[in-house]
Design a protein around this ligand. Structure first.
Ligand SMILES: Nc1nc2c(ncn2[C@@H]2O[C@H](COP(=O)(O)OP(=O)(O)OP(=O)(O)O)[C@@H](O)[C@H]2O)c(=O)[nH]1
Ligand SMILES: [Mg+2]
Length: 229
């Protein structure tokens, strides 16, 4: 009984911080994408490649979540973007309060887009609201094509799904047609990208989509806030 009460309190506190984060992003017309996947699907490699591909077009900042170490934040800085590392010290997902604090550790007013790389975990982060604009799922080829069916939560909620490591498709029995059908059953609206962060294949389509979304967000918000004639 007591445990339930404590959990309820934690969730209410998280919802309050998530609402605060949403308002913070809305004020700045700043898109923030929460990237979720199993450990090792290629999130950091994809983000580094995205930063390189969009250099000169979009100014990107990254909030990195890991149980321990600042390995990923260092990789992002090496790719040329500001990064803030959060260590959860055991927790399997980031919280909205941690994100609220991390926004102020980035040069937020100079950014066009913020990525959150959540702790590598296909389950826990998918239902935890951080106040992000959208969730992005990454599934890599060696994980197997049954994952959307077995772990549906993130695929049902994601605005886009990146199927990464397509350069090693030849070495697996991963069935792209089946995966696409399974994802579409869960979420008709989601956009699916086939990519290789290693070779760069498919990165242009993904980056074009990101650029459009970042620009759309700014223009839509500008229209909304424009006073009526
Ligand atoms: N062949 C191939 N390997 C890749 C690709 N993308 C990433 N990798 C490799 O996959 C491994 C894991 O990549 P990371 O980017 O660290 O994965 P991650 O999802 O950030 O991992 P965590 O942060 O630990 O959850 C590394 O050895 C990468 O070089 C790809 O497109 N193709
Ligand atoms: Mg990583």
């Amino acid at each position: 009984m007591r445990k339930i009460k404590v959990r309820k309190k934690i969730l209410i506190a998280n919802e309050e911080y998530a609402a605060k984060n949403r308002a913070f992003l809305k004020d700045r017309k700043l898109p923030c994408l929460n990237v979720i996947s199993s450990p090792g699907s290629g999130k950091t490699t994809l983000l580094a490649k995205t930063i390189e591909t969009l250099r000169g077009k979009l100014s990107i900042g990254v909030i990195e979540g890991d149980i321990q170490t600042d390995i990923d934040a260092k990789r992002i800085r090496k790719a040329g973007a500001p990064a803030h590392q959060i260590n959860t010290e055991g927790a399997c997902h980031l919280s909205a309060a941690q994100i609220s604090y991390a926004f102020h550790k980035l040069p937020i007013d100079r950014l066009d887009l913020v990525f959150i790389e959540n702790v590598g975990n296909l389950v826990c982060p998918s239902t935890f609201d951080l106040g992000e604009t959208d969730k992005i799922a990454v599934l890599s080829v060696p994980e197997g094509d049954d994952k959307p069916a077995k772990y549906p939560m993130i695929f049902a909620r994601a605005a886009a799904v990146l199927i990464n490591k397509i350069d090693i498709l030849y070495a697996t029995d991963f069935n792209i047609k089946k995966v696409k059908a399974d994802i579409s059953k869960l979420n008709k609206k989601t956009k699916i990208f086939l990519v290789s962060a290693k070779t760069g294949e498919g990165m242009k389509q993904w980056c074009d989509w990101l650029e459009k979304r970042a620009i759309n967000k700014r223009t839509k918000s500008a229209k909304k806030t424009r006073p009526r004639q």
